[in-house]
Structure formats: C-alpha cells, structure tokens
Design a protein around this ligand. Structure first.
Ligand SMILES: *Cc1c(COP(=O)(O)O)cnc(C)c1O
Length: 351
C-alpha cells in the first residue's frame, strides 16, 4: 500500500501464477506446461529470425500468423485476433465485449483470472455454481446477463462440455457475447470454432502455450466474426501496437504449420493422462474425468494441502487451490510417463 497508488491499484486482487522454481531437480507438474517441447520447425524459425531484423518493429497486425491460423482452422484471416498469450487476448475481451449493463456469468470454480479482470475493468459478475459432479450445467446460464465466459474443458476440473451444449448456450444469448476459452481443447474436448460461422456472438480463444508447448513464447489467439475481432483490435491499438514480437510471430507460424508434431505430442499426453488417472485411482484417489493435460483429484483420507506440501518436500510440484469446494483437490499436470511414475511413487510414501 502506498499513498502514491491510484484508487484502481488499491482495489486490485492480482492473479497468482503457479510457482516457477529457480533451479534444482524438481518434477514440475504445477502449471500445465507441455513436457515434449515445441516443434523443431518452430525453434528453427525463431533462431533464423534472431538476426539483424530485430532492429525493425514487427508487423503490428501479425498478418502472416493470422493467415496461418486462418488456414489451419478454416476461417478468414480477418476473423483471427492474436495476442501476447491468450491471457492478453482474454484481457482485451473483457472491456471490449464483456463489460455491459448486466453481470457477466462464469462458473464458481473456473480460471481464477476471470474475477481478476472483472476487478481491473470494473465489471460486475455472477458466479454460477458447478453441479455436484463438478460439471457446468448449461441450463443454469439461461438468465439475463451481460455475457458469458467459460473454459472448455473447464479449469481446474478438466471436465468438458459437448459441442451441442456450447451451441445451445450461444444460441440462448444472441445479443450477448459468449467467450469460450479453449486453452486445453486440443487434449480431447469439442471445439466451438465450427460454430463461429453461424453465430456472430461467439468468440473462441486458444493458446499455443499448452498443446503446442510454447508457454514461454506468449502467443494466444481468438476466432470470431469480423465485428468481434474489430472490437479486440480497437482495444489492442489503444494499448500496445506490437504485442507479438518477431520471434513470436516466426515461431508461432511454424508451430501452427507443423501438424505432425502437434498430433504426435498431444496423442502422447492423452495416453499418459489415461495411465496417470488409472494409477491415481489405484491409490484411492477420486479423479474427475479430464479432457485436459492435467487431472484434478482428491484422496478421501488426506487433505489436499497436506499432500501438496508433502510432494513439494519430495521434489514434486503440483497445484493446490485453498478455495471452497476444491481445497482437497490437487491439480496435476500430465508430464511424461516417467514424471507421472515419480509422482505416483512419492504419493505412495505419503498415503
Ligand atoms: C493457461 C490458460 C490460459 C492462458 O494461457 P496463455 O499462456 O496466456 O496463453 C487461459 N485460460 C486458461 C483456462 C488457461 O488454463
């Protein structure tokens, strides 16, 4: 606190990202990073771009990248917006589209950045409780609102909503924007991208951080009809004209183009998720049915905080949220099979 701060800063409650350890030999299963690394083609493109060209500003519209994404997802480049991580794309969507005269709706258990953005931008919101099975019940969103945002699959539960349920949600609110945050969609959930052509109120947000293993490059994107994208561009061009640098544009273009690497690595993660879920169930955990690159699990005999602290002492980081309803759960990123085996071995010593 300082007398020099603005009232806005006093009112903030910033997001707390998962720990990034400075060094040492830890198994890092706490921030949903991808264990397999980026496409070698992306790394080569980044290396090639690290040249005298860095004297020059990047393309403020990142046209090459928007064209690559458009080609991959079957939309037009003008229907694609790119940003410095999907967090930045989401951040722009709040004042551009979700700040209306009625509260924004999102689940009570979801990505904890949403209420942070609401505070930053002065947006009223209403949290809709998940059902007993920790799922989103679309019927609960059938009410007057200023907009809806939810991840599919949801985070940190990993539970997905089928495509028709998303379509229904979007159709129920033709005059409100529905943002579907598909940070984890490539690990098995239905994408809403095919619905964009039919719904001018749908914005789908994705990231290269998880399924394309580029969390360190900071690239995210949104797909929506032209007027929604234009709203995001108006915010972006009132804030930072060059959110994506030359290295990010070069690497992201190749990562999107390297379909073979993408398919192989995401397939491995999906297979390891099944194996990890089975091993955790074998130890007595309740494991929610995940369509993401993490699992959300609790043990009936041990508080989540105790397990997370015990694992940490043994050199394995997982994420624990000290929040109502989920305080006994651990969110565990799907690592390599060797990393998952190490987690299971350490848990055996704790329970
Ligand atoms: C990881 C994540 C993001 C943000 O990812 P970026 O690295 O900023 O692209 C957005 N939404 C959810 C639900 C996430 O888990």
């Amino acid at each position: 606190m300082s007398r020099l701060w603005s009232a806005v800063v006093h009112g903030l409650s910033p997001y707390v990202p998962g720990e990034q350890p400075k060094g040492g030999d830890v198994v890092k299963l706490n921030t949903n990073e991808n264990p397999y690394g980026p496409s070698p083609r992306a790394l080569a493109a980044i290396a090639a771009e690290a040249s005298d060209r860095l004297r020059l500003y990047p393309d403020p519209q990142a046209t090459r990248l928007r064209e690559a994404i458009a080609a991959r997802y079957g939309v037009k480049a003008e229907e694609v917006f790119v940003g410095n991580g999907s967090d930045e794309v989401l951040a722009h969507a709040f004042p551009a589209l979700l700040k209306q005269d009625a509260p924004l709706l999102f689940p009570d258990i979801t990505y904890s950045f949403y209420p942070v953005y609401c505070r930053l931008f002065g947006i009223a919101y209403q949290e809709i409780p998940l059902d007993e099975a920790m799922g989103v019940r679309p019927a609960d969103y059938r009410r007057a609102c200023g907009g809806i945002i939810l991840p599919n699959p949801n985070a940190p539960t990993g539970i997905g909503l089928p495509g028709p349920s998303i379509a229904r949600l979007v159709a129920d609110h033709p005059d409100r924007v529905v943002v579907i945050d598909e940070a984890y969609v490539d690990f098995g959930a239905d994408s809403a991208v095919p619905l964009v052509a039919r719904h001018d109120n749908l914005l789908v947000v994705q990231t290269l951080s998880k399924s394309r293993s580029l969390a360190g490059l900071r690239v995210g994107f949104a797909i929506g009809q032209r007027l929604l994208i234009e709203a995001l561009e108006r915010i972006k061009d009132s804030f930072n004209s060059y959110p994506l640098d030359r290295l990010a544009i070069a690497g992201a273009v190749e990562a999107i183009a390297d379909e073979a690497w993408f398919q192989e690595t995401r397939g491995r993660i999906i297979a390891s998720r099944q194996r990890l879920s089975a091993a955790l169930r074998g130890l007595g955990f309740q494991v929610l049915p995940s369509l993401a690159n993490f699992v959300f699990a609790r043990h009936p005999g041990h508080p989540g905080a105790e397990l997370a602290a015990g694992l940490r002492q043994r050199g394995v980081l997982v994420r624990h949220f000290a929040r109502p309803r989920i305080g006994d759960f651990l969110r565990i990123t799907v690592g390599t099979d060797a990393e998952c085996d190490r987690l299971i071995a350490e848990l055996q010593g704790l329970i």
